[in-house]
Design a binder for this molecule. Structure first.
Ligand code: CU
Length: 111
């Protein structure tokens, strides 16, 4: 979802009263996303709510894979423009790497 779409939805939510508040919470819960570009995770540290999916999208021609070793979680190998999602249930801070390029590192904060 684009930022513009999210802003539109948030504006609609603000005008929508109680139903709008539920929509706002839903949009925010869906918003944790990381782009992989030039062999970097952006942002390098992402915050997300527990049990809320985090989406990684590969913008590089090279394949990448998100591996969270401490949670035994990994995405599929992502080709260009492919996305993968992972969800963590426990609060905490988790380091992760690219499974193909070990020098690519990121961090997840689950709150
Ligand atoms: Cu990589």
């Amino acid at each position: 979802m684009s930022i513009a779409t999210q802003k539109t939805m948030l504006k609609a939510a603000a005008l929508g009263g109680a139903a709008g508040l539920a929509l706002t919470a839903h949009v925010l819960a869906q918003a944790a996303s990381v782009s992989i570009e030039n062999f970097k995770f952006g942002p390098e540290t992402i915050s997300a709510a527990a049990n809320s999916p985090i989406t990684w999208t590969n913008k590089d021609g090279a394949p990448h894979q998100v591996v969270i070793a401490s949670k035994s979680l990994k995405t599929a190998v992502l080709q260009k423009d492919q996305s993968g999602q992972l969800t963590i249930a426990e609060t905490g801070t988790y380091d992760y790497v690219c499974g193909i390029h070990a020098s690519m590192k990121g961090k997840i904060e689950i709150k």
